[in-house]
Each structure stands twice: as structure tokens, then as C-alpha cells.
Design a protein around this ligand. Structure first.
Ligand code: SF4
Ligand code: SF4
Length: 385
């Protein structure tokens, strides 16, 4: 039975002690790495946002893990390929605070856009879209990968945790191209599971001190949760995250898919919880991303309703700085720059990369009237349930 540890942590100043305890409760560092081994720490550095926005893994969590790995005699490196790195990965790393922490701790930074890549045959038989996956070399060459996600909502796949965090092991714009090939959330979920199956993190440590609710992963609202969570089973860890967020676990498609392939446990009754009591840390009023409602409508029904169940990204003139990140990251070239960027609806596959990666939160998703009514009814139902 896998164990997920839940440790109270109300301030990032206490991150190191909380992470040490979280690891101790699942077997101690010696279970995951030995002296002399090379350890890849993979945080979530989605886009150029400061730590207070709760978009990226907090730098103090990364600092704590670097120190813990070093204290065990192993050699840490921090690696990532930010989705919003079109304007330069270094800038994104620095803005997140993780670049500075790596410099202060004298820890190597691995920009996956520059480390070289390998094409690995797909390991997920349910991924009908891709025969091979491009992965940054360190993700398969290091002795141990530690996935260090942020506890966040996700517009396309509901929640993003330890499994989805491995998507950043795909370098640069290749990530957007996979969105072009796998357009529906169920399809991109299979790609995510494939990447996860290849990277196989031995340990996952989740930053849930301050998480994100609402329109995650890039434009949601920071939400104090006060936890550090850890497990050797990323599927179990993400399942517990879903339970804390009050989600219907059946809707977390990638969890079901990963569990069906034997990659971990998504049955909350078969997961051992260490540390805090699970019921005591559940969030009663956690907001899920509004756009996700679009995908709750069964596919044939959505097709029948056509434009009545549609959505389109719209750029905010006041917030937009014309940085063009949305234009460069759009896999279908659906965005053109006029006075501000505008989306050609006929080309948009609603991958939401533009919404996710805009550093200014200037990309909102405009829903059709039917979807807005649907969202309103769901919100009313939630209020009274
Ligand atoms: S909407 Fe404006 S600010 Fe946002 S990514 Fe696009 S160009 Fe940059
Ligand atoms: S406009 Fe935005 S949501 Fe539409 S395809 Fe381009 S990046 Fe994806």
C-alpha cells in the first residue's frame, strides 16, 4: 500500500523541516538516493511569475530539497523547460526565484532547451497520437528524478500535480506541438501519462503551502493550504491532492489512465496517509477552473450543440504588453497581432497555451452563453451541497 505524507507547513521559512519530516515518513532519503548519485530536481516553472503568484514551485521548497540531497551526499541539479520560455528560459528561472536559489546554493541549473534530447518510444498503449516522445536527456540519465510540483488547478486537466509536472521534461515548443496533436483533455492526458511513464520520478514532493485555485495553472488565485506532501507513488500523491481539493476523482482522467497502466494507486481507500489526518486538511470551498466545465459535457452532445458550447481566448487591451509570447506559443498560428493580439476562432483548438503562458494574465477565456449558464448552475449547486 503506498504512503502519502501530509505535513503542516504554514510558512516557507519552515519548508526544510517540513520536507525532511515528509520524506522521513515515507522511508527516509536512503530509500530514494545514495551518496554520489546524481539527483534531478524537477520543479514547476511554468512562466515568468514571481513566487507570490503561486504559479511556480516556491524557491524555498527547491532550496530545501537541494540541501537535503546534498546532506545525503548526493549531487543535485535543478532542471526544467518552462512553457513560457519563448522570451528566454533564464529570465523565467530568475523571475520565479529558483534561478537565484540555485546560484546561492551552488547547484547546477539544467535548461532542458539546451541539454539535448532523446526520442523514446511511447510506453502508453492508450496514446494513439504519438509513437515517440521527445524528452530532455537528463530526465532519463540521472539516477533519480524528484518531481516537485505546485498544488494547482488546471484549465484542461482539472488539477496539475506530480504527474503533470513531468510535462516540463519535454523541451521548448515541442510541448505546444503535442497540444496540437492531442487536442482533447482525454488525449493530452494520455500524452502526459506517457511522459510520466518514461520519466518515472522516484520521489514526488508537492508544494501545497500556498497552492492555486480557480483558473490555473497560470491565472488562478493563490490559496493557502499549509501543507507539504510527499510520496514515492506520484499517482497516489495526486489522488490525495484531488481528495483535498474536493474533486470528483473520476474526472481526473490522467490518474485513471496512469493507474490502469500499473503506474500507481488511484484508489483513496488503498492509500496510507501519514502525518496529518486527511479529513482535517480537506478544503471545503476550493474553486475549480471554469473552463473545465466545457469538457464535462459529453463529446457527442457538445458536437451536436456546436457553437452554443464554445469558448475563445480574448486578450485584455489594458493588461497586454504585446510581448508576443501567446503568438509564439500558439501551436496552430491562430493568434495575430493587431492593436493587441487577436484569435482566429476557426484555427483555435482551445489548448489554452496562450492563457497558461501569458505573463500578464491578459488572456481570458470567453465562454458562450450556454456554458455560462452551465457554470452558473454548477456554482449554485456547489453552494448548496
Ligand atoms: S496577451 Fe499580450 S501580454 Fe499576454 S502573452 Fe500575448 S502579447 Fe504577451
Ligand atoms: S489561440 Fe490559444 S487556445 Fe487557441 S490554439 Fe492558440 S494557444 Fe491554443
Amino acid at each position: 500500500m503506498p504512503t502519502v505524507s501530509l505535513i503542516k507547513c504554514n510558512s516557507y521559512q519552515n519548508a526544510e523541516a517540513s520536507i525532511k519530516e515528509a520524506i522521513r515518513l515515507i522511508g527516509g532519503t536512503e530509500k530514494f538516493f545514495k551518496s554520489g548519485q546524481r539527483i534531478l530536481i524537477k520543479p514547476n516553472i511554468l512562466s515568468a511569475k514571481t513566487p507570490d503568484k503561486a504559479v511556480t514551485t516556491h524557491p524555498e521548497v527547491v532550496r530545501a530539497i537541494i540541501r537535503i540531497v546534498k546532506n545525503a551526499g548526493a549531487i543535485p541539479a535543478v532542471g526544467e523547460s518552462p512553457g513560457g520560455a519563448i522570451g528566454g528560459a533564464e529570465k523565467v528561472w530568475q523571475k520565479s526565484g529558483i534561478g537565484k536559489v540555485c546560484e546561492e546554493e551552488n547547484c547546477e541549473m539544467l535548461f532542458f532547451e539546451k541539454t539535448g534530447t532523446v526520442f523514446i518510444p511511447s510506453e502508453n498503449p492508450n496514446n494513439k497520437m504519438l509513437k515517440t516522445i521527445e524528452i530532455a536527456k537528463p530526465c532519463i540519465e540521472y539516477d533519480c528524478v524528484i518531481s516537485v510540483p505546485k498544488f494547482k488547478t488546471h484549465n484542461l486537466v482539472f488539477l496539475t500535480g506530480a504527474i503533470k509536472n513531468t510535462y516540463g521534461c519535454v523541451p521548448g515548443l515541442r510541448k505546444s506541438m503535442y497540444h496540437k496533436i492531442a487536442t482533447h483533455p482525454d488525449e493530452i492526458s494520455e500524452v502526459i501519462v506517457d511522459i510520466f511513464a518514461i520519466v518515472k520520478p522516484k520521489l514526488s514532493i508537492m508544494d501545497a503551502v500556498v497552492g492555486m485555485e480557480g483558473d490555473g495553472p497560470g491565472s488562478g488565485t493563490p490559496r493557502k493550504i499549509g501543507l507539504i506532501m510527499a510520496s514515492s507513488d506520484s499517482v497516489a500523491l495526486d489522488t490525495v491532492m484531488g481528495e483535498i481539493a474536493g474533486c470528483d476523482l473520476k474526472k481526473l482522467y490522467y490518474l485513471n489512465s496512469a493507474a490502469s497502466l500499473g503506474l500507481g494507486c488511484n484508489n483513496i481507500k488503498k492509500i496510507n496517509i501519514a502525518g496529518e489526518n486527511l479529513n482535517s486538511v480537506k478544503l471545503k470551498d476550493f474553486s475549480i477552473p471554469e473552463n473545465f466545465y466545457l469538457y464535462l459535457i459529453p463529446k457527442p452532445f457538445a458536437k451536436f450543440l456546436g457553437k452554443f458550447v464554445s469558448a475563445v481566448p480574448v486578450m485584455d487591451k489594458q493588461k497586454c504588453t504585446k510581448c508576443k509570447i501567446c503568438i509564439k506559443s500558439c501551436p496552430t498560428n491562430a493568434i495575430k497581432l493587431y492593436e493587441i493580439p487577436r484569435v482566429d476562432k476557426s484555427k483555435c483548438i482551445l489548448c489554452l497555451c496562450c492563457n497558461e503562458l501569458c505573463p500578464e494574465n491578459a488572456v481570458a477565456i470567453k465562454h458562450s452563453l450556454f456554458i455560462r449558464i452551465f457554470i452558473l448552475l454548477r456554482n449554485i449547486k456547489r453552494l448548496f451541497s
